[in-house]
Ligand binder design. Structure first.
Ligand code: XMP
Length: 325
């Protein structure tokens, strides 16, 4: 069966094995693609980044990468995609600033599934528009990995562009489809991608959109983004990056009273979530040192606009899910 990992395929655990995989794939991609053009939705996540880096090695500027900024990415992510792929790897990268489009569509929508639908549908629409501007595209590259094929029920499918209309159904190029996540990371490292891209924690397709609970507003979304950046910075500085499976902040849609500089405030709480899991079906809460929690609380309440409290979610899965919506 074409979608089964060959039994003879050795697990990629070392730089040498990764290099052998890269050499083999680059040759295969060259043979498959020839002088044609390939389109790729490049989110900056590890899977699409590794696919981009492999294709850049194989076919250079015949690869057209499209990075859609939907306004729900983490702080610094769009900039990093541009820096790594356009500036360092000299890729043919189209950056689409679709922030207003997404946020306007999402305005006033509080239902989580409705939010997900809007984000997914708008993503396809933006990608389709970019695809139509290109001439001579014959292939579509995707960062499908083996767990996507064998249907891991826990971690939900990341952005895929399977919803494109019939006339844009290109032949697929999926060079990492037989790799497990840890193998994709070893290959990414060998391809020279930065560590914070290669060892990135899982990030849902709808991004910060599902962490800005309820109807998304620009100011509350900014509070999610800024508090998330502080949490990530502190986890990195305190040896928790790479140790904790997934960690992020949530900003619910209500305010409570507080006091700052002798003045009463009416502001949002920020919730910290930090969990460990094997398959995202169940999860345990990370035991973060109390003094670190206090330090993060101090930073978030003083540096993030519109926030006066920080809470730590102690709920395992079950009964809570990992995300809040
Ligand atoms: P839950 O919240 O269901 O999350 O315990 C399990 C894992 O899935 C991720 N997640 C998503 N990933 N699209 C995605 O691509 C989504 O809509 C989505 N919702 C949750 C979540 O971050 C966690 O890793």
């Amino acid at each position: 069966m074409a979608d089964k990992r060959p039994e003879s395929m050795e697990r990629i655990t070392t730089p040498e094995l990764a290099q052998a995989f890269i050499d083999e794939q680059v040759a295969a991609l060259k043979a498959q693609i020839g002088d044609k053009k390939v389109l790729l939705a490049l989110s900056g996540g590890v899977d699409s980044s590794v696919v981009a880096a492999l294709l850049i090695r194989a076919i250079g500027k015949q690869l057209v990468c499209v990075h859609v900024n939907h306004g729900l990415l983490r702080k610094g992510e769009p900039e990093q995609v541009i820096r790594v792929f356009r500036d360092q790897m000299n890729a043919n990268l189209i950056y689409v600033d679709a922030v207003d489009r997404f946020l306007d569509k999402l305005a006033g929508v509080a239902d989580p599934e409705q939010k997900r639908k809007i984000i997914g549908a708008e993503f396809i629409r933006v990608f389709e528009e970019e695809a139509r501007k290109q001439e001579g595209i014959e292939f579509l590259a995707q960062g499908t990995i083996y767990p996507d094929i064998i249907e891991s029920k826990g971690v939900k499918a990341h952005h895929n562009v399977g919803g494109l209309p019939e006339d844009l159904k290109f032949d697929l190029v999926e060079p990492v489809k037989f790799l497990f996540k840890d193998e994709v990371r070893v290959v990414g490292k060998q391809l020279g991608l930065p560590d914070n891209m290669v060892y990135r924690q899982p990030f849902p397709g709808p991004g910060l959109g599902v962490r800005c609970v309820g109807a998304i507003t620009r100011d509350r979304l900014e509070a999610v983004r800024e508090s998330d950046a502080i949490l990530r910075e502190e986890f990195a500085a305190n040896g928790l990056e790479g140790k904790v499976w997934q960690y992020f902040t949530i900003v619910p849609d209500f305010r409570t009273v507080g006091v700052q500089d002798g003045v009463r405030t009416d502001a949002w709480p920020v919730v910290i979530r930090a969990v460990n899991t094997k398959d995202a079906m169940t999860a345990t809460v990370e035991n973060i040192p109390f003094d670190l929690l206090q330090h993060i609380t101090q930073r978030i309440t003083h540096e993030v606009k519109g926030v006066n409290r920080v809470l730590y979610d102690l709920t395992p899965k079950p009964t809570g899910t990992i995300e809040w919506e």
